[in-house]
Write a protein that binds this ligand. Structure first.
Ligand code: DGJ
Length: 376
């Protein structure tokens, strides 16, 4: 009898823990694809193209957070059921390639360029065996959303160019070695805010780690990334073909230590959610808004509400997804990282709700898109 009860209880728990073929989102459960295999698309982002959502993410392995396969792609027409479309960008078996198997390839995002009719993928790249020192942005291109994507290049951002919002006085200032030496002192902070690391990296180009992409209503695309040793976010305009940077860029929240940027536009205002910098451990999310994408950006309180809000419910932001066909409906996408068993990292998707036109996120263990139509 005891055995039977255990069996029945286990059955119901596993039904709850596995999201497959159900029209609900269960954050942190195992989400399975059409082949009944857990979806493997972490640090991801979603592109909507011709009636289909394409979800791109890091393909994680059992024992390492480095890239052994590349960027995976899944497609869906309803956001609940996902078809595995394979690896959209493969890492290379050539050890000399920038994207050699074993490199760190994180937070891929894809946008579509209507002029060139190409799908353009950007991602955070760290060359193999160099830890997180390279801090490069990588770019790849494809004629179809599911790939295969062809790797183009990776580099630091906007070498030899200053950010537009760095005053001439700070561009010309000679930051002393003394200010550089000890981190976190008031003098060091002030130097960071003034752009000491922008100057340090001026020749080679700005560091680019956690990142996202955003295409504005006028077709201009932007790359938003953690720069300056993760101390400051930067937003760089992409060229018209989206394949490189235009040279125009701005600093956001200098010295604010933000990672995991995700951005959306709601009623003409840009909203950005980020995390702090605690490696794979969750921390409290941050919220910013701006009426001009280049800023100034205003910071608000933690957008998460309720139990575990200080840890973003155990997750870290990766994307803000506009739901097609619904006005002002956005999904907050986050990752619950499991660095000891990366392949088992989980997804947290929650609806973005608004109070007095300010977005907030509450933990809802089971929900679906009806949430948006039932709003007042
Ligand atoms: C936090 C970042 O958000 C992740 O993408 C990853 O780079 C980890 N740090 C590595 O510690």
């Amino acid at each position: 009898m005891k055995k039977l009860i255990t069996l029945v209880v286990t059955y119901f728990i596993s039904c709850y823990m596995v999201q497959s073929q159900s029209n609900y989102f269960y954050s942190k459960a195992v989400w399975k694809d059409n082949t009944n295999i857990p979806i493997n698309a972490h640090g991801g982002g979603i592109l909507f193209d011709k009636g289909t959502y394409y979800w791109y993410g890091e393909h994680k392995s059992e024992n390492t957070t480095t890239a052994l396969k590349g960027v995976s792609c899944y497609s869906s027409t309803d956001l609940y059921h996902w078809r595995n479309r394979g690896i959209a960008l493969q890492v290379s078996s050539d050890p000399n390639s920038d994207i050699a198997k074993g490199c760190i390839l994180e937070r891929p995002k894809v946008i579509y360029n209507p002029t060139t009719k190409k799908f353009v993928m950007w991602f955070h790249l760290e060359l193999r065996d160099k830890g997180y020192d390279s801090a490069r942005a990588g770019v790849a291109v494809s004629s179809s959303p599911e790939g295969p994507f062809t790797y183009i290049e990776s580099k630091r951002v906007n070498a030899g160019i200053y950010p537009e919002n760095m005053p001439t006085e700070d561009r010309n200032y000679s930051f002393s070695a003394e200010q550089n030496k000890e981190w976190w002192t008031p003098e060091w902070y002030s130097a960071i805010r003034r752009g000491m690391f922008v100057k340090r990296d001026f020749k080679e180009g700005q560091m680019s780690r956690d990142m996202t992409l955003f295409v504005d209503d006028n077709g201009k695309a932007y790359h938003i990334y953690s720069s300056e040793d993760n101390l400051t976010l930067q937003i760089a305009e992409l060229s018209d073909d989206y394949l490189t940077h235009s040279g125009k860029y701005f600093r956001i929240a200098p010295g604010g230590h933000n990672e995991a940027p995700a951005i959306m536009k709601y009623n003409g205002t840009y909203w950005m959610i980020t995390s702090g910098c605690t490696g794979w451990e969750p921390n409290a999310a941050r919220l910013f808004s701006a009426s001009n994408i280049y800023g100034p950006w205003k910071q608000y309180d933690n957008p998460c509400q309720g139990t575990n809000k200080e840890k973003t419910f155990g997750g870290q932001s990766t994307f803000l997804l506009p739901v097609e066909g619904l006005k002002n409906a956005y999904i907050f996408m986050a990752d619950e990282w499991r660095p000891k068993h990366p392949i088992d990292s989980r997804y947290i998707w929650l609806p973005v709700l608004f109070k007095n036109n300010i977005p907030y996120i509450a933990w809802i263990p089971k929900w679906n898109l009806d949430v948006f139509t039932k709003r007042n």
